[in-house]
Ligand binder design. Structure first.
Ligand code: C2E
Ligand code: CA
Ligand code: CA
Length: 751
């Protein structure tokens, strides 16, 4: 059955689990978004790096080209203001070569002669190169640096040119120039790496002419990019943004997606000091990915680790809390002795089962094992505990799923039963099963249960009241009761009320002297005279009602008040005897009943001695009546106590001999002076003759071992005659005297 508490715990566990997984998922989501944001910011960083790298490279490039510009300027200054001749041209070219070993330096004049590397170039005169150079735009310091005109590209394929006019006076007599191959420039160390292109303002890629001197058809940057891109509309607009930015001389960087899905970046910057030339660097996705990979790998590993740690934390919390829950449940619902459920579980169970089966009549039962203490002492605690487990286990076998028994404490059990016609049969089977299994574990003592039942009424809810009522019924059964079950009823409720009243009054009543000493005379039937008396308590209430001891002694024995009462009675009797003695009256021994509960009190002996001393009562005037049942428990100790009492000089009287399981053996061990034979012997029996024989022989034995005999409960002359005939001398009973108040007793017998 699912118990409410269980559900609650499972709910808590589930919320721990769900909460844990929500946190874990949040953590995973955060980790993933972290990875993406790291990737994004690293990308941005890379973009920034690419932008500035392209700018730096464009400065370097500008610087390299302008170096050529300055070379031609210096060379032109060498030639200026003199009529140029072949020798001078050679000097100037030599100068240029000394500055730059890999570019091709040349000169052309107005006539159309061309010198290249110090030698005349071409056949005859051709002014077209002069005119092409003349058409270029020279800056303030008379340098042109930039894309080469078609003519130059035809000469050696160079796509870049630095040129400067050579003046004579204020007129130009020729141009000196350096042809620079774009491919040479780009292979310079400081520009190497990545794909770099030079682009003019029209967006055409400036490239060297091929071997045969023919310039390739100018490839447009836009076309190149478009070819590589995924050709989406976005990309197209990006490309047109790049070309228009170049057209207006702006610099920048743009991202675009390649056909293979990777990203590429295109950075563009005007080359410093060089007209109309832009450096474009294409950073491809592969390189960027390669650079990002270690970082992404590290952050992914970190995220996975964090997630794993979180998962481990969730699992740990789950495992520990479910373990704690299990332990808590064990503590909350398990009985440590039997391993079965405990009464907390029982309450939840009973509540639910009654709720779910409103039409079924239930019984709540509180039961215990008769004489469990004996089993405990004889077989040891281990076996006694095993017996308790047997009781719980066998219940499961003999009863239905709707029925349950739990161990509460000591030998106490609590059960809920279905009150149907089969209930008695199940109880009987249970008792038989427990007895069989008890023998199985080596407990041969017959197991009997004492059970109080409470019939649950419809709509009744309070389990605690039901349990209390069942327990009240159980407590009404005494250990030696022939009955072993009792169903709670109104009369029990009444009795409980009475008990409550008695308990609330007893203390005060004792103080007020409401407990009175009554004395019943003992008779010497040989001399036909009084020979003593037995003190019997009566509770005389303020209103005059007299309560007999049977109504309160068992209760006082249970609640411990008997100790106070018995000492009170002993003291009262001692006082009386001494008062009488002091008054010169004749005194006879008076016997006082001593509860067996009292004898187990370690201070008992001292208290008795104190009282006797206090009133200076000679021991032989006091007889202590003790029932044989004191030997049921702790026999050795009881014998020691009795022997000590005997040494104090008091007489010991074994009360109610023959009422229980008397053993004649006991007479040997125990130092009794008088054996008081119980009135049971005189009750009408099926076979009176046999009883008489037994009584006669018992009397013989007791007399033979030197003990006195007194027979109580003697009511008729025939009984007296019979007792006389078998040699009994002392009797006590209504035939001679009824218990009367102490004063009345003294007055009547003048003692
Ligand atoms: P008990 O010690 O066996 O006392 C004898 C009981 O038998 C007394 O009942 C007495 O009134 C009754 N009785 C005497 N003669 C006859 C008779 O001929 N016929 C019948 N039917 N009964 C007779 P009582 O006074 O009601 O006492 C009952 C029991 O209460 C006592 O049984 C004793 O066990 C206990 N008791 C009485 N006073 C004290 C006391 O001061 N301390 C303790 N511990 N127990 C006491
Ligand atoms: Ca007695
Ligand atoms: Ca008696």
């Amino acid at each position: 059955m699912n118990i409410a508490g269980n559900n609650k715990n499972t709910k808590i566990l589930m919320s721990v689990l769900v909460g844990g997984f929500i946190i874990l998922s949040a953590c995973v989501v955060i980790c993933i978004s972290m990875i993406f944001s790291v990737r994004r910011s690293y990308r941005n960083e890379l973009t920034e790096e690419h932008r500035s790298e392209n700018e730096t490279k464009s400065v370097i490039l500008g610087h390299l080209i302008m170096e050529e510009g300055r070379t031609v300027l210096n060379a032109s200054n060498l030639l200026a203001q003199h009529p140029v001749n072949e020798e001078k041209i050679l000097d100037a070219e030599n100068y240029g070569r000394s500055q730059n070993e890999y570019s091709l330096i040349g000169y052309t004049d107005t006539v159309g002669r061309v010198y290249l590397d110090g030698a005349p170039y071409g056949e005859g005169e051709d002014r077209s190169l002069f005119e092409a150079l003349d058409g270029l735009k020279y800056g303030r310091d008379m340098i042109y640096a930039g894309a080469a005109p078609e003519m130059i590209r035809q000469i050696n394929g160079s796509s870049l040119l630095a040129a400067s006019p050579v003046f004579f006076g204020s007129s130009i007599q020729g141009y000196i120039f350096v042809m620079i191959k774009c491919s040479d420039l780009m292979s310079v160390d400081s520009l190497a790496g990545n794909e770099r292109l030079l682009v003019n303002r029209r967006g055409e890629i400036i490239s060297d002419a091929v071997e045969d001197g023919k310039a390739p058809a100018p490839l447009k940057l836009a076309e190149l990019l478009e070819e590589r891109s995924d050709k989406s509309a976005d990309i197209r607009s990006n490309i047109s943004n790049i070309t228009s930015a170049i057209g207006t001389g702006k610099k920048g960087i743009k991202k675009m997606r390649c056909a293979d899905g990777r990203m590429m970046e295109v950075a563009y910057t005007a080359v410093d000091d060089v007209d109309d030339i832009f450096l474009v660097t294409i950073y491809n996705g592969d390189d960027m990915e390669k650079r990002m990979r270690p970082l992404l790998f590290r952050s992914t590993v970190a995220c996975i680790l964090v997630s794993m740690l979180m998962l481990a934390a969730v699992v740990y919390v789950w495992v520990t809390s479910s373990r704690a829950n299990l332990n808590a449940e064990k503590l909350a619902y398990k009985d440590p002795v039997t391993g079965g459920y405990n009464q907390h579980y029982f309450r939840e169970f009973a509540r639910q089962i009654m709720d779910q089966n409103k039409e079924i009549p239930f019984m709540i039962c509180r039961y215990d094992i008769v004489n469990f203490r004996f089993i405990n002492e004889s077989y040891g605690r281990e076996k006694a505990d095993a017996l308790l487990s047997v009781c719980v286990e066998d219940f499961k076998k003999c009863f239905e799923a709707r029925e349950l028994a739990v161990h509460i404490n000591a030998d106490q059990f609590l059960a809920i039963l279905v009150n149907d016609p089969g209930m008695d049969k199940r109880i009987e089977n249970y008792r038989a099963a427990v007895n069989a299994d008890a023998r199985g574990i080596g407990v041969r003592y017959p197991i009997r249960f004492k059970a109080g039942y409470y019939q649950v009424r419809k709509q009744e809810k309070n389990i605690d009241v039901m349990i209390d009522n069942a327990n009240a019924a159980r407590r009404m059964l005494k250990g030696d009761d022939k009955r072993n079950r009792l169903v709670y009823s109104e009369s029990i409720a009444e009795d409980i009320k009475k008990v409550g009243q008695i308990e609330s009054q007893m203390q005060k009543s004792l103080a007020k002297g409401e407990f009175k000493v009554y004395i019943q005379g003992k008779w010497d039937i040989v001399n036909d005279c009084i020979c003593g008396g037995e003190a019997l308590v009566r509770w005389v209430k303020e209103d005059g009602t007299i309560v007999r001891p049977d109504e309160f002694i068992p209760l006082f024995e249970k609640n411990g008040f008997i100790g106070s009462l018995d000492f009170y009675m002993l003291e009262e009797v001692c006082k009386r005897l001494m008062d009488l003695k002091n008054a010169g009256k004749k005194v006879y021994p008076i016997s006082v009943n001593q509860s067996r509960v009292l004898l187990h009190n370690p201070e008992y002996l001292d208290n008795v001695v104190d009282i006797l001393k206090k009133y200076k009562v000679p021991g032989e005037l006091i007889e202590l009546e003790i029932t044989e049942s004191v030997f049921e428990e702790d026999r050795e100790n009881m014998m020691a106590v009795l022997n000590k009492l005997k040494k104090c000089g008091v007489r010991l009287d074994m009360d109610d001999f023959g009422s229980g399981y008397s053993s004649l053996n006991m007479l040997i061990d125990v130092p009794f002076d008088v054996i008081k034979i119980d009135r049971l012997f005189f009750e009408d029996k099926t076979d009176n003759e046999k009883s008489k024989i037994i009584l006669e022989k018992t009397v013989d034995i007791i007399k033979a071992i030197g003990m006195d005999i007194i027979c109580e409960g003697v009511e008729t002359a025939e009984q007296v005659e019979f007792l006389r005939s078998i040699g009994v001398r002392y009797v006590q009973g209504y035939y001679y005297a009824k218990p009367v108040p102490g004063e009345e007793f003294s007055a009547k017998y003048n003692i």
